[in-house]
Design a protein around this ligand. Structure first.
Ligand code: ADP
Length: 303
């Protein structure tokens, strides 16, 4: 059984369908949840946390079925929400002790663990100051600290680098990497920043307008692009496309009349130039297709 299984999941807010019949499976590791605003990322997270009941479908997380076993799931999940959760007049230590008490720790355990995780996220003396004096980066660290307080098996991070300057962003990504790799915590990173995902994640789930665009192993996806080329020819491009079809060369149309071609095994690059010749046109540009996530998905995720 997969670590996370989602089958035919549909979630709605009244008449608005936020997640529309999606299915995927995920294994332990760092998982990127990506998609533009309104894609359904937050809704999926809220459904995993049991805040919303699906209209239909099945979710199994680490062997527990939702919504029936939601308390068991909550016990093993830490959540760093996108919105602010801290009280401005309270110190980070008091806030974390309160969070620890909420999940059932004794006062002494909660205090000890609060100091441990605040050290871990790099909040030193500041932990005794009211949080209204904190920078955005420090507040993000407090949110991360509360998410790992109860030593979860799964960590769900909603836009963890939001509002951070470039240095703060790198520090936050480094912290997440350490937690995931050294502590073996399966981490779901929801973000619209594709480079963050490419740096950290081994698997991805891509959503757009509530539909699944892609799910699976990121490296396999990138490797599968080895025989892909981006080509543009002098217009008109229709005869060129017909020649490609005749040769059994598959292609996808990108903006600005660029074609992303997949060369089947046994067909050499020069065949593309021959296709252009036969179509009475000329190749204007020819280059290996980009392997970055942004290049793979940007055009699909744009409105
Ligand atoms: P994302 O996190 O990817 O930006 P959301 O899950 O927030 O996407 O939103 C998915 C869809 O659900 C959007 O169309 C959004 O307008 C709608 N939606 C989100 N929250 C609510 C809500 N509380 N009530 C009604 N519609 C909502």
């Amino acid at each position: 059984m997969a670590f996370i299984e989602v089958e035919n999941l549909t979630v709605s807010y009244g008449d608005t369908i936020a997640i529309n019949d999606i299915s995927f499976t995920l294994e332990p590791g760092v998982i990127g949840l990506i998609g533009p605003n309104g894609a359904g990322k937050t809704t999926l997270i809220r459904t995993f946390l049991g805040f919303i009941r699906p209209v239909k479908g099945k979710i199994i997380i680490s062997g527990f079925t939702l919504p029936q076993e939601i308390l068991k799931v909550r016990a093993i999940v830490g959540h760093m929400p996108e919105r602010e959760v801290v009280s401005p007049k309270v110190t980070a230590v008091s806030f974390l002790v309160y969070c620890g008490r909420l999940v059932g720790m004794s006062y002494v355990d909660a205090l000890e663990r609060s100091h441990e995780v605040l050290n871990y996220v790099g909040l030193q003396e500041a932990r005794y100051r009211p949080m209204q004096t904190y920078s955005t980066g420090m507040l993000q660290r407090v949110k991360l600290a509360q998410a790992i307080l109860h030593d979860p098996k799964i960590l769900i991070l909603d836009e963890p680098t939001n509002g951070l300057d470039p240095d703060g962003r790198l520090e936050m990504l480094q912290l997440i990497k350490e937690i995931a790799e050294q502590r073996g915590v399966t981490t779901i990173l929801s973000t619209h920043l594709l480079p963050d995902v490419q740096n950290l994640c081994s698997q991805i789930v891509v959503l757009k307008k509530g539909k699944l665009v892609f799910s699976g192993d990121l490296q396999l996806l990138i490797d599968s692009r080895v025989n892909h080329y981006e080509v543009s020819v002098q217009p008109p491009i229709e005869p060129f496309k017909e020649e490609l079809v005749k040769m059994g060369i598959k292609f996808q149309e990108l903006p600005q009349d660029i074609l992303c071609l997949q060369l089947p095994e046994g067909i050499e690059q020069k065949e593309i130039f021959h296709c252009a010749q036969r179509a009475g046109t000329m190749v204007r540009s020819f280059m290996p297709a980009g392997g970055s996530l942004a290049e793979l998905f940007q055009s699909k995720l744009e409105k």
